[in-house]
Design a binder for this molecule. Structure first.
Ligand code: DON
Length: 308
């Protein structure tokens, strides 16, 4: 940790310069106000040591990062066979909100649980009597993993997305028409938009990542929160699809399981060693934090973090 602490600020200030080349997401209007030049990183190990640098004090919404953990909860609720009868296991190669392959490829199930169509199906698989109970179960799972019982949803971001989500609505209605979604579409979307709008800090992300890095155990108590098999599945999806159609490049440049979100967050980990949370709201055209990806590339190269 000391070696990382000694050089992280220098890397961070270099990477921050790249923020000028990206754009803050504005298709969810409420996200458009995020600070474009912000960049922060939090790194946590299992002994409780941490390194934080840059802008780590502001909260941002999880967006697509939440999909990793709803996948895990759906697996814990339903088991592998049920989940993978409704979503595939392959990268799509398309944008995260694409509907292209839903009609072109048989069977008409989403390619994987991390694209929007797949994550909407996953939301429908979470157990609960209604959308409120499903969301509360998701939120308490996120609180458990982050060790932060104050974690909560950002209502403005939720409302902003729900009011403008024509693309996600059309994906969901298409899935309903195909019989992949059987529940009420608006109820499913409410769960999906609400879990995307859970607000988090870099440190919370690092803590959630650390649980995955430790094979599903809580680093503080040793308690197994997630069965190892489901951590393995989630980490594999993060490698193959976590950075969408930039996942191949990220695997070559950084070489770690990761998941990005359009608010600029990236959750990643060095398996067995660290959980890492990054935020940088300025995005590249593929929807990943420009400066955040650059910072992870620099640190991975410097400390030889690649798994490959
Ligand atoms: O459904 C959406 O479009 C957002 N709630 C989440 C998308 C997202 O974060 C994609 N990430 N890079």
């Amino acid at each position: 940790m000391n070696a990382i602490r000694a050089c992280v600020n220098e890397h961070l200030e270099e990477s921050r310069k790249l923020a000028a080349h990206g754009k803050v997401a504005s298709y969810i209007p409420e996200l458009g106000a995020a600070p474009r030049e912000a960049l922060g990183i939090s790194i946590l190990d299992k002994h409780g040591h941490s390194v934080t640098a840059g802008d780590c004090s502001f909260l941002f919404t999880m967006q697509s990062i939440s999909k990793v953990f709803t996948l895990i909860l759906a697996l814990m609720d339903r088991g592998e066979d049920d989940v993978f009868s409704k979503v595939g296991k392959e990268p799509s190669g398309d944008n995260f909100n694409s509907m292209l392959k839903l009609e072109l490829v048989e069977p008409g199930i989403p390619f994987n649980p991390l694209i929007n169509a797949g994550a909407i199906v996953i939301s429908s698989l979470i157990r609960g009597a209604d959308s409120e109970e499903k969301y509360q179960r998701i939120l308490s799972f996120f609180r458990d993993l982050s060790g932060n019982d104050k974690l909560d949803g950002n209502t403005e971001v939720y409302r902003s997305e729900s009011a403008t989500a024509h693309r996600n609505r059309s994906l969901a209605y298409f899935l309903k028409d195909n019989g992949v979604l059987t529940d009420d579409v608006e109820e499913v979307l409410e769960v999906y938009f609400r879990h995307c709008a859970v607000e988090i800090s870099c440190r919370d992300l690092a803590r959630m990542a650390l649980v995955l890095a430790c094979g599903g155990t809580d680093p503080a108590t040793g308690r197994q929160i997630i069965p190892r098999r489901y951590v393995q599945i989630a980490k594999t999806f993060m490698v193959t699809c976590g950075m969408y159609n930039a996942s191949g490049e990220f695997a070559i440049q950084v070489g770690l399981p990761a998941k990005s979100g359009v608010s600029g967050g990236i959750l990643t980990m060095v398996p067995g060693r660290f959980g890492i949370g990054v935020v940088g709201p300025s995005l590249n055209p593929k929807g990943n934090s420009v400066a955040g990806v650059h910072l992870l590339e620099s640190l991975s190269r410097e400390f030889d973090w690649s798994m490959f």
